[in-house]
Design a binder for this molecule. Structure first.
Ligand code: PHE
Length: 341
């Protein structure tokens, strides 16, 4: 082989040690094999200066060198690619034995859990859910519920008025009127929602949650109310729990009752939770006042009904043994985590 060709071959061989990555291989290869600028490419242009009798041998030599160089570089390219792939695999390797970061999962708020639980119990007994509005007018919150203006019973609920006519509802009982105005008996609904009263101490908050229940049909009696409440307390507080009714007063029910359940903590013997009485007050209820039925255009001779109102915070406080309602509203995770069912 021509001496010049030998030199080029040697140069390629000498350069091999520096070919540590694909870019270096590409650049080095180009400097020899690029058809215009490459050293081997240029050898062909030298052809003119070669005496005619040597041209055939020269051309053959250049072609052989070119073939050799092509083979040489493709071998190297293959090796380098293999090496680079290996490095990539190494760097992307995942250690499946590494301990994972724990992800904290959230919970429904205890009030929402309690509310859902109550809804489950009552829908299981055939009640439908009606959701009213938090802003009400005076008529639905009071007047239609047999509590006209200047009725002393308005004092039982310190009200946030938005205007002389509109207010933040003080009780979900306002929902009773909406339902009875729009639906003919038989009616069997519950209505959960927020209510508002200007009241603030360890067991009262200006905003709290109630769940109203209303059943209107022919021949509904107080016994139906107590039978249903007995089922309710067994589901929420346990099988051995029973209820008792005490006389009370609400303008929209007649008779009105305060409902107690036997203490689920001591079974009725008397403890701190039931203040030694064996009974815990859980809700207000009664037979729907005839005047309220008539206000809604329901024939009070033909139909009768019962209604009840449960405080959801109170139910949760009793169930979880919390003595301050504020704990439910402070969003302190240390507390809320303990109240998960
Ligand atoms: N609305 C009453 C209250 O908030 C509770 C209640 C509801 C009483 C239905 C009787 C019937 O105190």
């Amino acid at each position: 082989m021509n001496e010049a060709l030998e030199k080029i071959k040697q140069k390629i061989l000498d350069g091999e040690a520096q070919l540590t990555n694909s870019k270096a291989v590409y650049e080095f290869k180009k400097s020899f094999l690029d058809s215009k600028t490459g050293k081997i490419g240029q050898l062909m242009k030298e052809m003119r200066n070669i005496p005619p009798e040597e041209r055939a041998g020269y051309g053959k030599g250049v072609n052989e060198l070119k073939e050799w160089a092509n083979q040489f570089f493709s071998d190297i390219e293959e090796k380098i690619k293999e090496k680079e792939l290996q490095l990539k695999y190494e760097s992307e390797k995942i250690d499946v034995t590494m301990p994972a970061k724990s992800v904290e999962t959230g919970n429904l708020h205890p009030i929402t859990q309690m509310r859902n639980q109550l809804i489950d119990v009552f829908t299981g007994m055939g009640f439908e859910v009606y959701e009213g509005t938090e802003i009400e007018n005076d008529y639905y919150n009071f007047t239609a519920l047999n509590t006209p203006k200047d009725h002393p019973a308005r004092d039982m609920q310190d009200t946030f008025y938005l205007s002389p006519e509109f207010l933040l509802r003080t009780q979900t009982s306002s929902g009773q009127i909406h339902v009875m105005e729009s639906k003919k008996p038989p009616i069997k609904i519950i209505s959960p929602g927020k209510v508002f009263r200007s009241d603030d101490d360890a067991t009262h908050s200006p905003m709290f949650t109630q769940m109203e229940g209303l059943v209107v049909d022919e021949n509904i009696t107080l016994c139906d109310l107590q039978g249903m409440l007995d089922m309710f307390v067994k589901k929420i507080y346990g099988d051995g729990t029973v209820t008792r009714l005490r006389p009370s007063y609400f303008p929209f029910t007649e008779p009105s009752v305060e409902v107690d359940c036997s203490c689920f903590e001591c079974g009725g013997k008397g403890c701190k939770l039931c203040k030694g009485t064996g009974w815990i007050e859980i809700l207000g209820a009664g037979m729907v006042n005839k005047k309220v039925l008539e206000n809604c255009g329901i024939d009070s001779e033909k139909y009768s009904g019962f209604a009840f109102g449960i405080g959801i915070e109170r139910t949760a406080m009793l169930k979880y043994g919390i003595n301050n309602i504020k704990l439910l509203f402070e969003s302190d995770l240390r507390v809320l985590k303990q109240l998960d069912d």
